[in-house]
Design a protein around this ligand. Structure first.
Ligand code: CMC
Length: 445
């Protein structure tokens, strides 16, 4: 249905009340019912756990059609960007809404490269963490701690200062990411080398040591750049919504992105890339077989899911997974075969012809094949999600900026439906019921 044919209002009847709610139409003809006046006019709220049907904002950054498997940044198809663009160019596109002119890109890259170092005192910050600490926890803490070094960065800082904060984040995240790894190894932190491009620089800081020369392999750089492009934004996913939520309290950019990193870490979100490889390794090591694992993934009682499969929005093949599956073959042709790819393809083959997965429209998502490439690039397993965060950074920043400038933006404060006890009087200790016997929420429905 296009904009002209779309109804202007949606009628809601609630008991003896009737209201007409305005209908909004997006540029890709998506329909939304504007319920902002619902509670004030009817006294009722909506109930939508997980915000499955709730549009939280208007956005011009990314378009996603989950039924058709379409993903575009500012109108540009992900397939074209993957083939022709670079990560820094995509970062500019997300932040500015247009592809950069040659001089704009050159000065953006120069600006980033001038901010890649972290304060010398900040280098010592990493040493307080246990060596086995997960790098996502270290990165979330480090990005939050940037506010202590740049205390002048506020939600209401000038446009120029907000841009500088964005550039600092883009510039320092590769340094912070690689230091979280170097700390784990006990190796010296490498200074950035600003003559290298963005992606080559992070590989240098991850893998070089002061003892011997290190040459960054351009094939590896290209593969990593592709991964970063594919992760750069994905509209209102869990971590991006977290960034916007924190921004909605007028917290600064560093605090908001730090919260986004924590949200991304979870295994249902970006942490799935680590879980996928762990699942494939357990099959390779013979702890289970692909078939047995798939049976477990289908069983409700097992608590096991086929990691890297399924998506809230995609009910079709995730276009990023399609690109990454091909990239796996290209990268492995260069770096050597990996039996995990065979196992992944076996699992995918079973899933795509199994009624359970077909009926629920569960397809590979971006995390299913990305880990195999990270592994081929020599990136350790618990750094996979850190690289997802590095890729997602321009998206988080662009969404934070968009929220900042949105005249409709309000503090995020959902309501609830209270299902607890009604008012009751304070009980003396001998008359109390232990909380251990409290029924689960589901049992009270
Ligand atoms: N394996 C087995 N069953 C699944 C899976 C899976 N990976 N994903 C969904 N289902 C089932 C689920 O049990 C439910 O079945 P039923 O209708 O019988 O109760 C049905 O499919 C719908 O699932 P849901 O949990 O209601 O869907 P959701 O939109 O709330 O969750 C998801 C989406 C991505 C959290 C989920 O598909 C999942 O847990 N996938 C595995 C983790 C994963 O790969 N996460 C990465 C997501 S993409 C990248 C990113 O955003 O970070």
């Amino acid at each position: 249905m296009d904009k002209q044919q779309a109804p202007k209002t949606a009628r809601l009847i609630l008991g003896d009340k009737q209201i007409d709610l305005p209908v909004m139409v997006g540029t890709e003809n998506e329909l939304a019912i504007d319920i902002r006046k619902l509670r004030s006019e009817t006294g009722a709220i909506t109930f939508d756990p997980g915000m499955v049907n709730t549009g939280s904002c208007e956005s011009r950054i990314t378009f996603l059609d989950g039924e058709k498997g379409i993903l575009r940044y500012a109108g540009y198809p992900i397939e074209q960007l993957a083939e022709k663009s670079s990560f820094t160019e995509v970062a500019w596109l997300l932040l500015k809404g247009e592809l950069p002119m040659a001089d704009e890109l050159a000065s953006f890259e120069r600006e980033i490269s001038r901010h890649t170092m972290v304060h010398e005192d900040f280098r010592r910050f990493f040493s307080v963490f246990p060596k086995a600490g997960h790098p996502m926890a270290i990165c979330a803490a480090a990005i939050g701690a940037l506010s202590t070094f740049y205390g002048d960065v506020r939600f209401d800082s000038s446009e120029e200062e907000r841009w500088k904060a964005a550039v600092r984040l883009l510039a320092k995240m590769p340094t912070i990411a690689s230091y979280s790894y170097k700390h784990h190894l006990g190796q010296p932190f490498m200074y950035p080398r600003n003559e290298l491009d963005y992606t080559a620089n992070v590989l240098h800081m991850m893998f070089a040591t002061p003892c011997e020369p290190f040459a960054v392999d351009p094939v590896i750089v290209k593969a990593l750049d592709l991964l970063l492009i594919l992760h750069a934004d994905h509209e209102q996913n869990c971590s991006t919504s977290t960034v916007r939520t924190v921004a909605s309290a007028q917290s600064n950019l560093f605090a908001s992105v730090s919260a986004g990193i924590s949200a991304l870490w979870g295994p249902l979100h970006g942490g799935a890339n680590q879980k996928v490889i762990e699942m494939l390794i357990s099959i390779r090591e013979g702890k289970t077989t692909a078939k047995k694992f798939m049976e477990l993934a289908k069983s409700k009682d097992s608590g096991v899911r086929l990691m890297g499969f399924g998506h809230r929005v995609y009910k079709n093949y995730d276009p990023r997974a399609r690109i990454l599956k091909q990239a796996c073959h290209d990268v492995l042709a260069r770096t050597g075969a990996n039996p995990l790819l065979e196992i992944a393809m076996e699992l995918e083959g079973i899933a795509l012809s199994d009624q359970y997965f077909v009926e629920r429209k569960l397809y590979p998502n971006v995390d299913f094949y990305s880990g195999i490439i990270y592994q081929a690039l020599g990136i350790p397993i618990d750094m996979f999600t850190v690289f997802f965060a590095l890729g997602r950074l321009p998206g988080w920043i662009a969404q934070w900026m968009e929220f900042h400038d949105d005249p409709n933006a309000k503090i995020l404060r959902p309501r609830q439906i209270y299902m607890g006890s009604n008012q009751r009087d304070y009980l003396p200790r001998q008359k109390r019921v232990s909380a251990a016997k409290k029924p689960a929420l589901a049992a009270t429905r």
